[in-house]
Design a protein around this ligand. Structure first.
Ligand SMILES: [Zn+2]
Length: 217
């Protein structure tokens, strides 16, 4: 009788993970699976051999990725980090402006409410005392790779608009914006461009959002 034997790779699920699936473009459940070579006899795996690797497999699209895919933050984690950054940076802008200015504070509260519906003036007052504006950079570093350039521009542009609610962008407020820009991996020239365009738009019409300048052929 002919003995038919061979080698086959089998996957075994060792854990489930929440991860951002690059193929689906969203948060998905992934299966962390180890691959092991098996010795087969008549196509039946009978002897486990060496482990040959690990993959993360998306339960939705079934694509297998290198395990490192699970180390990137999920959309849910990113939006939480972004919400915290908006709150902290806004409090820094208030602190480095005139924290007693009711117009500045109202603009700040309205802005943070876009990410935290329960935010109020009392919380802002506490935040403004607690934050250290010199630490603007580390709060946004996790966002540097996770959000698009347009999102970074909006984040900084909103800070400029809040500062302008208090009349002008003070040098200390500008420093907060510069540090946040550095944390987001934007060049100083890019940050200056964002500040300048928001200030210019504000001067011409306070209610017109900034638009991209027309391209040059
Ligand atoms: Zn997927």
């Amino acid at each position: 009788m002919l003995l038919i034997f061979g080698i086959r790779i089998r996957f075994r699920t060792v854990a489930t993970v929440a991860f951002f699936c690059p193929r689906c473009g969203g948060d998905r459940e992934g299966l962390r699976r180890t691959a092991r070579r098996w010795f087969t006899l008549f196509w039946i795996p009978v002897i486990p051999l060496d482990q040959v690797g690990e993959v993360v497999e998306c339960t939705t699209c079934r694509t297998r990725f290198e395990p490192a895919v699970a180390e990137a933050p999920t959309s849910a984690a990113l939006s939480e980090i972004l919400g915290n950054a908006v709150r902290v940076l806004t409090a820094m802008v208030v602190r480095t402006g005139d924290p007693t200015d009711p117009v500045l504070r109202a603009a700040a509260v309205a802005h943070v409410r876009s990410v935290d519906a329960g935010y109020d003036d009392a919380t802002l007052a506490a935040d403004a005392v607690a934050v250290d504006p010199a630490l603007a950079e580390p709060y946004v570093v996790p966002l540097a790779e996770g959000i698009q350039v347009s999102g970074k521009e909006r984040l900084l542009g909103d800070l400029v608009r809040i500062a302008l609610a208090g009349g002008t962008v003070t040098p200390d407020q500008r420093r907060v914006i510069d540090l946040a820009g550095r944390g987001l991996d934007l060049t100083p020239a890019h940050v200056t461009g964002i500040v300048t365009s928001v200030v210019a738009a504000r001067t011409t019409d306070p209610d017109t959002p900034t638009a991209d300048p027309p391209g040059h052929g």
